[in-house]
Structure formats: C-alpha cells, structure tokens
Design a protein around this ligand. Sequence first.
Ligand SMILES: Cc1ncc(COP(=O)(O)O)c(C=O)c1O
Length: 395
Amino acid sequence: MTDWQKLESEYYMQTTVRVPVTLVRGKGVRVWDDKGKEYLDFVNGLAVNCLGHCHPVVIKTLNEQGRILVQTSNWYYTVPQIKLAQLLVENSCMDKVFVCNSGLEANEGAVKLARRYGHLHLNGAYEVITTVNSFHGRSLALTAASGQPYMHKPYVPLPGGFINVANNDIEAIKSATTEKTCAVMLESIQAEGGVNLADEDFLQKVRDWCDSKGILLILDEVQTGIGRLGALFGYQLYGVEPDIMTLAKGLGGGIPIGAVLAKERAAVFVPGDHNSTFGGNPVTSAVACAVLQYVIDNDIPGNVKKVGQYLMDKLEGLKNKYPFITDVRGRGFLVAIELNKDMAQDVLMACLEKGLLINKLKPNAVRLLPPLIAGNKEIDAAIGILDEVFSGIVA
Ligand SMILES: Cc1ncc(COP(=O)(O)O)c(C=O)c1O
C-alpha cells in the first residue's frame, strides 16, 4: 500500500502540520481514509462543504456545467456568473458583486475597494483598521491585516496601511481613526482567532462610528456566511449592515469560490481597477448558484439555528461534567471547546482514533464545524465520542 504521508514529505512544501490521515472519499457527513476507516467529519473542508461531502446538487451541477462551458475569462459575459450575482444581491443587503476564487481574494478585493473609495471620497485615505486575533487570509497584505503576530513575524516588512486594535473595543477603533482611515474591517465572530464572539452591541457601535466619520465597514463573512451561524449571513444576527461583505468557504459547497459584495455607494470599481482570470467562471459560479439556492429553499440556516442550539446544550452538559472544560462558545455550527491545559492535540488524536474529525483551534481549544445539514443524530454521535474521549482524560 502506498505510503502517501511519506511521499508528501518528499514532494510537498511543509506548510501545515497535518492530521496523520489520508482522506480518499466522502459522502454527506462522513469521510473515509485510504485504509477504509470511516469518520464523522466535523471539520468539513474547514467550514466549506456546507451540504456535506459530494452533495448531489454539487455533483449534478459540476457534471452539467462541466459539459457546457468551463472557462472563458471575464472579457465575456457568462450566464452562471450573472445569475450568482443576482441571487446574492436578492438575498442580502448588498447591491453589487465581484466573484473570485477564495476568501483571501475576496478580502483583497474588499480592501482594494475601500482604498478606491478613500481615493475618490476621503482625500486619499487608505488605512484599514482591523482587530487583534482576526484572520483575513494569507496574502502579504492580509497577513498584515490579520491580527495574529505569529503570521507577521516570518514576513516583515509587511505592506503598510493596516492598524490592528483590540477586539470588542470601540474606543480603540475611535483612537486609531485618523484622516488616513478609509475602513474598519471585522469578522462578526473571529473564527480562526479563537471563535471570539463580538459583544452584542459592538458591531452597532462600529457601524455608528463609521457613519459619523464617513468611512466604510467591511464585514469578513468568509467563514460565518452562508448559514454557518444560523442565519444566511452573520450581519443579520446583529442587525447591522456592512458597506462591503466578503464570502467564500460555504458559498461553493466545496468548490473554490469567493465573492466581494458591496452597497451601491461603496461599489466604486471602474473597468481596469480589479479582475481575476478564473474568478466567477461558469463552473464555479453555477455550483455556487445551485448551492446557495438549495441553502435558501431548504432553510438550511434554520436547521443550523435549531441543531446548533442542541449542540450547544450538549456541550454545556459536557462542560458541567468535566471541570477541565473551561469554556464552550460559538454560534450555530461554529463552536469552540476550551480546555484548561494544552491538550487539544491529544483530544483531536483520541477523536480521530474513535472516528471523529475535529479541528485544533489553539493548543488548548478544539473547534467543531459540522456540515450545515447535520441533525441531532450526528450531534449525538459526535458528543458520544467526545464524552468517551474526555472521560479518559486525567485532569
Ligand atoms: C474569516 C476568514 N477570512 C478569510 C479567510 C481566508 O480564506 P481562504 O483560505 O479561502 O483564502 C479565512 C480562512 O479561514 C477566514 O476564516
């Protein structure tokens, strides 16, 4: 039997400490490794496969569109891209869309849009205020934007124009705002940075501040969008509308796609300002369109809201049972379990052995990202495994 992990170390750049398992097949909420072992997948391509693995809607659309037209470039009009933009606009507070290939690209587009707005309307203002522990992507600019010092260190000097301030601290945002500021960029929940929830009124305070200064609010919904929090978009839970919103991950149900959405007044790109060879090609756009329509028609966010509450209740039960669980937090199907010691890797490995994939968020915290179609049955199965694993921990 081929040792894929050995071959990987020979040929692949070592950018990630991988979980020692080679996945070869997936269906619904489950995946299988190269030895035929089955796992309940609560990582889901890192919050991507919103309808689970190989959902019929994704496969059917890939097959159908793949036979008709795959790639054209944006020099031409293509129907799936236009339909996707229309569907996104009709189901959000936004007016205009640009489609790209990933979360990082969506955020690059958003920052460029905000700078363009600054050039046009704010005397050339270009700085974007972001928060400590945020994560916006891995380009050099978004490495600077992300409030994670470990990401900055290997790449200094980083591009300028980003100011990281404390999260949930409106006074810090106010103090960092100058005549150079064009936007504040936030996640409604800091996902990679620890599943840190925004305080109930924080987003509203930021909205009010941006309005008073005439600057833009960018909401990075790359991870929180498309139903993961129990609403189609995170902003709906906070009753605060951004000027620019970015999406990726769940948007394509597994295929790589991202999008920048903007209100009319912020959609200031003109021809030549921005583009992407692959962005919004017929195949990825057709799949995203079909996935989004399915999510809307079947009230998938409603399922996440209901089952997410069930998941949180079960996790609270585990927290009451095991004193070494110091916190369970999150919303919908974006949830973290924090432990009193750096034992996340041990918990992850024990879950792996018992057939459950979970994500290590921090040395002392794990994250659960069930597919949005998961029901109480899958939650019970995952909680059962976590319970067994926790019962074996000598705190
Ligand atoms: C909130 C957020 N923004 C941006 C990104 C970057 O997306 P991508 O990995 O598709 O470039 C991520 C990825 O985890 C994310 O969680």
